[in-house]
Write a protein that binds this ligand. Structure first.
Ligand code: FES
Length: 114
């Protein structure tokens, strides 16, 4: 099946080192997390590789640690690199978040491919 591009938001709606969750399929629960780092955006499925069906945030949009240096899973504290989703500390060390392709349109619209 070909990935479909889904509009999430405008780039300027996210500040540097801010993360946000989205429910692009209308499932009633965020399934995609988006993190901005400078002008780069990174999107991942909101599923921790420790237990594959576990959402990451303890409250909506709370995907980053206090220093905003890493994505964190609230369940058991795993830390993931923002830029590649690799787990660098915690129970799923060596595993990675599932990355999604992100595109920024000329008008600043952010698309994710599911
Ligand atoms: S479910 Fe994420 S660290 Fe355990």
């Amino acid at each position: 099946m070909e990935a479909a591009a889904i509009y999430l938001c405008q780039l300027d709606e996210l500040a540097d080192r801010e993360a946000r969750g989205f429910d692009p399929l209308g499932s009633g629960q965020d399934s995609v997390l988006l993190v901005r780092q400078g002008l780069q955006l990174y999107a991942y499925r909101d599923l921790c590789p420790h237990y594959g069906d576990t959402p990451m945030a303890w409250r909506r949009h709370a995907y980053l640690n206090a220093q905003r240096s890493h994505i964190v899973c609230a369940a058991h504290g795993a830390l993931f690199e923002i830029a590649n989703g690799a787990c660098v500390r915690g129970p799923c060390l060596g595993q990675s978040l599932s990355a999604l392709h992100v595109e920024i349109r000329d008008d600043g619209g952010v698309l994710v491919y599911l």
